[in-house]
Design a protein around this ligand. Structure first.
Ligand code: 13P
Length: 336
């Protein structure tokens, strides 16, 4: 077993998943302002360190993805943020892309940037304690999108990123996210996701990536958020598993889904059914941002001094996700 494979497994095994707390300052400002809070470095740190010092960090969270501002902060307990995360047994990670920018020669699509100077930034993040990283490629779905150009360029960037990350002894999370926006069917999402994933792995293989030392972070197979046709949880799970079976090489140790705009409950019950039906060797878990933090943020915004209630809310959500990662979640446990 290679060192990278060991890190990947430590993050996602035993019902653990990933807390994606890597919102850029722009995104975090939107989240905080939506609950009438001011976004400043102190508030961003205080909310995040409240989560990172919660009880569930020991059993339910294998890794935390941080943003550049956060990985450089010192918690009010005196430990650096990466030390605080490590002290619970979880592994600190870092988002290293610099965001999605307009893709030249495509009217409406984006390409993710951040390769320039990446090698040097990775060395700095390793010294700060990061042992895994994230890069998100983002794809629109419609009759004409994602275009061949977006599929090709984003896969190429993801592979170049992954090679630099493994060179620096960290595990790259490969995140190709097909957005939920649109009125497309789940089958349309299935076909476009398969195409995107296959191209990503084609490029990862060309770039000689050790596939046992990555974590894939895909979207689930869902109908668009404006689709009129609803689909059962059972169907979502079957289509998601089928798509991954057909597109992801066997060597990949695990898959950690993004929540992508699903509610906390939807993201939990879909993951649970995926695990009930999982007949692959892939570990299937969560790497949720909104679906782990939404309720905790709402509670925190009502009284930012009430650390206990915020942590209680986060502990519950993380425990439910952890049960779902083992196919052991139920409505009863959710409402207990
Ligand atoms: P969501 O779970 O809120 O989609 O965030 C996951 C993530 O890291 C997106 O890049």
């Amino acid at each position: 077993m290679t060192e990278l494979n060991q890190i990947a497994l430590k993050i996602i095994s035993k019902g653990k998943g990933i807390l994606a707390a890597d919102e850029s300052n722009g995104t975090m400002t939107k989240r905080l302002e939506s609950v009438n809070l001011t976004s400043n470095p102190e508030n961003r740190q205080f909310f995040r360190e409240t989560l990172f010092s919660s009880e569930c960090m020991k059993d339910c969270i294998g890794g935390v993805i941080l943003y550049d501002e956060t990985i450089n902060q010192t918690s009010s307990f005196g430990k650096s943020i990466p030390e605080l995360i490590s002290s619970s047994g979880a592994i600190p990670g870092i988002k290293v892309d610099t965001g999605a920018k307009k893709l030249a020669n495509s009217a409406e699509e984006n390409i993710t940037e951040g390769l320039d100077g990446l090698r040097d930034r990775l060395k700095k993040y390793y010294e700060l304690g990061a042992r895994f990283t994230k890069w998100r490629g983002v794809y629109k779905i419609s009759k004409i999108y994602p275009s061949k150009l977006a599929i090709h360029t984003n896969a190429h960037a993801l592979a170049r990123y992954a090679a630099l990350v493994q060179e620096n002894k960290m595990v790259p999370i490969i995140e190709p996210e097909l957005l939920m926006d649109g009125d497309h069917s789940a089958d349309f999402c299935f076909n476009r996701t398969s195409e995107v994933l296959k191209k990503c792995f084609e490029e990862l293989i060309i770039h000689q990536i050790d596939l046992t030392g990555i974590i894939l972070k895909p979207n689930m197979i869902l109908p668009g958020n404006k689709s009129k046709n609803s689909i059962s949880i059972e169907e979502i799970s079957k289509k998601t598993i089928e798509c991954l079976k057909n597109s992801v090489p066997q060597e990949v140790p695990g898959i950690a889904f993004l929540s992508g705009g699903q509610s906390e409950i939807e993201a939990t019950e879909n993951l649970n059914m995926i695990n009930k039906n999982n007949d692959t060797n892939f570990i299937m878990t969560y790497s949720y941002g909104r679906a782990l933090q939404q309720s905790a943020l709402k509670i925190w915004s009502k009284n930012t001094q009430d650390k206990d209630l915020t942590q209680k809310t986060f502990n519950h959500r993380a425990r439910m996700c952890s049960l779902a990662a083992q196919g052991k979640w139920s409505n009863e446990l959710e409402n207990k």
